[in-house]
Design a protein around this ligand. Sequence first.
Ligand SMILES: *Cc1c(COP(=O)(O)O)cnc(C)c1O
Length: 429
Amino acid sequence: MNISKSEKLFEEAQKFIPGGVNSPVRAFKSVGGKPLFIKEGKGSKFTDADGNEYIDYIGSWGPHLFGHNPDFIIDALNEAIKKGTSFGAPTEIEIKMAELITELVPSVEKVRMVNSGTEATMSAVRAARGFTGRDKFIKFEGCYHGHADYFLIKAGSGALTLGVPTSPGVTKGNAADTLLAEYNNIESIKELVANNKDEIAAVIIEPIAGNMGVIKSEDNFLKELRSICDEEGIVLIFDEVMTGFRVAKGGAQEILGITPDLSTFGKIIGGGLPVGAFGGKAEIMNQIAPVGPIYQAGTLSGNPLAMSAGFAALNYIKNNPNIYDLLEEKSAYLADGFAKNLEKIGKKYAMTRIGSMMCLFFTEEEVTDFQSAVKSNTELYGKYFHKMLEQGIYLAPAQFEALFVSTVHSKEDFDKTINAHYNSLIEIL
Ligand SMILES: *Cc1c(COP(=O)(O)O)cnc(C)c1O
């Protein structure tokens, strides 16, 4: 049997890179098989090293709201690169970027640029801790906030036991300061707050969860969370690394109508380049160095190439606010096709969708939190993933990830995808 170019590259890559990849989920471990190496992408599609074309629904895990390599971002990068790649001194584009973010997301009065979502969330938690003078913070089971030590904690057994690290290398000390609550369960928050009076600096949450599949927070839940934070002097951080500029121009906070104290961004904000940002109330952000004592820095933060791509993306959003209606229409068409297939096949698999983020869970029970999401049959998802891949549809190589629709996915793409979905389910069930 001929060995494919992707397989050859994967063999080579494993000699020099742990697992052959620079981020673990790319290795296909949770669906089995070997990863494809990608050569190039344009619009809704990309091509692998062997020349196979795929309709792509991960969009680099979220950044590609406008598909691969949109012309207006290429143009912005071409202009920027002529002037230099990095100066380590302020540039005008950083002001334009910051101003535009504060315009699109009104809760952000001041913003600091960083280089990834992870940097944004870890800096936001530090800002909250520095501002409140408290050490502990609350995160929710199933929410992902990047890979900083104190986020890699899961609930211990029994509600009141300490959290435990999910990775070697994370200290017990880190685990002790991270408190775990249950998504959509306000009682779990009340209990933690009562048991850690005046010790909690922040609550960080994905206001629409996208890292345990796609799960929306219930209306009253966020409202109550907001008022508990107000009463207790706790900084409420919305991690909008995925949802920011994805579900609405002002992120999840715009559609949910809840105002956080701090927000974090990544993915779309970089237009495909490595960018993150955290920002919010001026009162808190003014405690960040050099105005205040809370240290935060970055050699390449606000990099002119990254800013020009990010600014082009956000400026496009500002000038074309109708794209969210378009994304809704497109995504509804695709979800509707999936739903009809499920009906034909007689399966009631849970499907969730908020705008252009959606997830098909291989469980017939309703999914509202981490515990219900993990009831999904991940082995079946793996089979489904590979059947879709064989038919030229590239989905996330893991069950608990979002499917992203871009502004450039076409009806033809969707019809092909819906057809493949039907064929795949028939074959694997
Ligand atoms: C992707 C993601 C992160 C981490 O961002 P990186 O750029 O991968 O470090 C943090 N929070 C959420 C909600 C994310 O989806």
